[in-house]
Write a protein that binds this ligand. Structure first.
Ligand code: SF4
Ligand code: SF4
Length: 191
């Protein structure tokens, strides 16, 4: 063995000892990995796993489909006439949802659709076990999106120090007493 080889071998021994010491320390620490799928991972409750649809709330306004950067939301709807409920009233038109689908093979889980929906029809569910062997199966239609609603966690509790919403505080206020006719006339004269 040459002198250079002997020197490098001697220099490697402290490194080997340090490596063994690091291994021994790590052995004593709890692991950060889990034996998935035998042990399910512990995910934060608001994880973005899959998008759930509450079709009853959807008005087919198309806002989510227009804002989706990947164009992977497909909505079909038709207009329906709702007859007037009062004599002399006008008939109204409303959208009826025919199809709502999300293609999760294109979705990038940005959450824009959930954020922009003005009618609380889209929610995040932490469920993530819906991998498919056929990519076409990742197109979830309305029924499948609706089934995910059962896995949506409840919203976080309100901050107990926050002010009551206007509707709740209005309930606690005493009803306004009717004004006397003379007082009402005086107030209207001042206005
Ligand atoms: S999460 Fe983003 S990419 Fe996926 S459907 Fe919604 S808007 Fe489109
Ligand atoms: S934004 Fe909401 S209400 Fe409008 S089409 Fe999308 S899911 Fe339906």
């Amino acid at each position: 063995m040459t002198e250079a080889a002997k020197g490098s071998r001697a220099a490697g021994i402290p490194g080997l000892v340090r490596g063994l010491a690091a291994t021994a320390r790590t052995l004593a620490r709890p692991t950060h990995t889990s034996e998935y799928p035998d042990a399910p991972p512990s995910l934060p409750p608001r994880s973005r796993g899959v998008i759930a649809l509450l079709a009853e709330n959807c008005t087919s306004c198309m806002l989510c489909a227009r804002e989706c950067p990947d164009w992977c939301i497909y909505i079909d709807s038709h207009k329906e006439t709702v007859p007037a409920t009062t004599p002399g009233g006008r008939d109204r038109q409303r959208n009826v949802l025919d199809r709502f689908a999300i293609d999760f093979s294109l979705c990038m889980y940005c959450g824009i659709c959930v954020e922009v929906c003005p009618f609380d029809a889209l929610f995040w569910s932490p469920e993530f076990e819906y991998a498919e062997l056929d990519i076409r199966e990742l197109l979830h239609e309305r029924d499948r999106l609706g089934q995910w609603m059962a896995t949506v966690p409840p919203p976080p509790a309100l901050d107990e120090r926050s002010a009551d919403p206007a509707e709740v505080s209005a309930l606690g206020k005493p009803a306004r007493a009717p004004r006397a006719p003379r007082q009402a006339a005086a107030e209207e004269g001042q206005a």
